[in-house]
Design a protein around this ligand. Sequence first.
Ligand code: ADP
Ligand code: AMP
Length: 223
Amino acid sequence: MSDRGPHLVLLGKQGAGKGTQASRLAEHYGVIHLATGDVFRAAINEGTELGFEVQRYMDRGELVPDEIVIGVVREVLTNSDAVKRGFVLDGFPRTVPQAKELERVLADFPLDVVIDLDVPTEIALHRIAGRRVCVQCQTTYHVDNPPKEDWICDVCGSDVVQRDDDTEEAVMRRLELWEIQTLPLIHFYRRRGLLAHVDGIGDSEDVFESLVATVEVRMTEDA
Ligand code: ADP
Ligand code: AMP
């Protein structure tokens, strides 16, 4: 087994549970959780220039242009100990150019495994319709699994709300873009021998255990 945490990418359509599971995996392995969507939502909340730039794409369910996303990821991976400690990427890469750039940035410290977290679209739609997130720390809840106190975040005490881009129109556009832009990554990573599949249906705890088992197998093979 390697002496660092995994270099892991979670692929999966919107609502597959990537954010939910990536947070848990990052905590479990003591690695960095980098979710590009969370970075952009935080920037919008803080009113930064980046937030101003990305909001118009996000609200419509469009992808943020590759050069902006790549800039954010490159900065985190090169200016933190993410590569040394390990990381879980959630929502990145989402296009083939992003995947190629990630390979360049990681260079001699490549990915260990890319997991396709798979759920049927009907389940993803149900999950997205009920999704609620903390405006501050972005902890994710669901109307079927709310915070303890009336939509106040259990973790940081801020408001828990519906995402601006979880409208029916934006969700349909995001799912469409996922098929066109992100699905080709399944083939891209299969060709590189990095792809694994985990069934995202079912209890969050069971999905987490399957993910850990998959990572362990891959890290043991690599060691
Ligand atoms: P993604 O990051 O892939 O878009 P999220 O992690 O935000 O997905 O999950 C979408 C919604 O589904 C959230 O409301 C989350 O609480 C809920 N959810 C995540 N995993 C499960 C699961 N295994 N079973 C039921 N609901 C889930
Ligand atoms: P997410 O939180 O992953 O659902 O992402 C929310 C939104 O942020 C997406 O619909 C895009 O507008 C934008 N976004 C997040 N990650 C990326 C990415 N890797 N490439 C392009 N746009 C992204």
